[in-house]
Design a protein around this ligand. Structure first.
Ligand code: 4AZ
Length: 463
């Protein structure tokens, strides 16, 4: 992860400060010498002083001119490049060209919203056109519907479900109920209708696989080094005893990473991969071998394109399940059709390079906040000029300075929503690291929910 130093600090170099002063004295002395030599013996004391004064004025003028020239050159070189903007445009036009106007109204494609009440675990549904959250009648309910609802909520599976007598809950629901429609409906969205009461007198209580929470642990305010347990889903993927990529725990046996991390390595080398969970320092991974998990299976998305980086997502199955604890926990997936709006504050974490030069790899896990940048803006000619596909999203800063970098790949971009952390992106690519107008590009996990569920399901059915 790259957190650039202040470029102005170069100017603070005392040697750089001394240098112009030093060259000035040298040039004045040299000018005096030349004049004196040319004028030879005809130089009188008065004329000599005049000549020295003139030489000094000329030298100062020359140096001043040189300084202004250098200043202009530096300004020109430090200007952000807009190589893809129309040629010959002035500064103001370039800026307005890059200023993409966002649509004020972003329509949410979802028609039905689901939540589980934290007070009584009841499933509540809001039909898009109604303002209230309504409980769901127990009639026609089954476990596969429960699994579908849990997945809508970004959780991988249903853990518990039951009918609860309305008389046991008290009179808190007065606005009506949701009933499951009769007949087969292919789409979960079309399964619900509003009714005045429940025939069975029961409503559904639901529990999904817990994810996206972290233990209450102390944190460093304003720090960039992560503490143990802050990102408990973060893993380090080691290949041939070297940290190669990051990854995110989604169940006790599955880790999400980037396809580009694994797709060059063929099956025979599967034993070269080791997954480290519950660590913040890489040195502890080397020492404590017992927390290294062997890999049983690697599935990378068949549509992964290494040229365009499209569909850059993969799954790793561990040979033995992880034991969840305060430092090892799964992250939630995004809700269906979730599109993080422009400016949503999300976080990245990883052990990648901390300087764009690719020399510094930190021992301690780093974290940084990064806002989501709309695809419209990110695809504009001053950023990635159309390279961002619907399966990617951008996050970072127009001015650069904070970004993911090599070694962070495969790791998480998480955003907090509904009090849980969701894996919204997988660190994928970008032009350089922390460069102005080149934010980090992430695989948009919401586009791969079906693929993730299918891969895990198929594995459970046939193994
Ligand atoms: C990489 O090489 C990589 N600045 C990952 C992220 C970014 C750039 C490169 C984003 O894996």
């Amino acid at each position: 992860m790259s957190l650039d130093g202040d470029p102005l600090s170069v100017m603070d170099n005392p040697a750089a400060d001394r240098h112009p002063f030093h060259s000035e004295t040298t040039s004045v002395a040299a000018a005096q010498g030349v004049w004196g030599c040319l004028r030879g013996t005809h130089c009188t004391g008065h004329a000599h002083r005049l000549v020295r004064l003139l030489a000094a004025v000329c030298a100062v003028g020359l140096l001043g001119g040189l300084a202004v020239g250098v200043w202009f050159l530096v300004k020109l070189l430090l200007r952000p490049s807009y190589s893809q903007s129309p040629a010959g445009l002035g500064d103001t036009k370039e800026t307005s060209f890059c200023n993409v106007t966002e649509d004020n109204f972003i329509s949410d494609p979802r028609k039905v919203f689901y939540r589980i009440s934290p007070e009584n675990s009841l499933l509540e549904i809001q039909l898009g056109n109604l303002p209230t959250w309504l409980p769901v009648c127990y009639e026609r309910w089954n476990s596969s519907l429960g699994t579908m609802v849990c997945r809508q909520l970004g959780s991988l599976r249903l853990t518990e479900h039951k009918g609860v007598n309305l008389t046991d809950i008290g009179p808190i629901y007065n606005d009506g109920f949701i009933q499951i429609t009769s007949g087969h409906k292919s789409n979960l969205e079309n399964m619900w209708q509003v009714r005045g009461n429940c025939i069975t007198g029961k409503v559904i209580a639901l529990q999904c696989f817990e994810c996206g929470t972290r233990a209450k642990l102390p944190r460093i305010i304003g720090g960039v080094e992560a503490t143990l347990g802050r990102w408990p889903w973060q893993v380090s993927l080691y290949y041939s005893n070297r940290h190669t990529c990051g990854g995110s725990i989604i169940t006790s046996q599955w880790v999400v990473t980037a396809a580009h991390c694994v797709h060059n390595y063929r099956l025979p080398q599967i034993s070269s991969w080791v997954v480290y969970a519950g660590i913040v320092t890489r040195s502890s991974a080397k020492m404590a071998q017992h927390i290294g998990y062997a890999v049983e299976k690697i599935i990378y998305n068949k549509n992964y394109n290494h040229r365009s980086h499209d569909n850059d997502i993969a799954l790793m199955k561990l040979r033995t399940p992880l034991n969840f604890s305060d430092t090892i926990r799964p992250v939630c997936l995004p809700q269906y059709n979730y599109d993080a709006p422009d400016g949503t504050q999300c976080w990245i974490s990883g052990w990648g390079y901390t300087q764009p030069d690719g020399v510094h790899s930190p021992d301690t896990l780093k974290e940084a906040p990064v806002p989501v940048i709309s695809t419209k803006k990110c695809n504009s000619s001053c950023m990635y000029n159309g390279e961002i596909t619907p399966r990617m999203l951008c996050a970072g800063y127009t001015e650069g300075k904070v970004d993911a970098c090599q070694g962070d790949s495969g790791g998480p971009l998480v955003c907090q929503d509904d009090n849980v952390w969701r894996l919204v992106g997988v660190i994928s690519w970008g032009t350089g690291c922390a460069e102005p107008n080149h934010p980090g590009v992430y695989t948009k996990v919401a586009q791969f929910l079906g693929w993730i569920y299918d891969m895990i399901e198929v594995d459970r059915t046939f193994v």
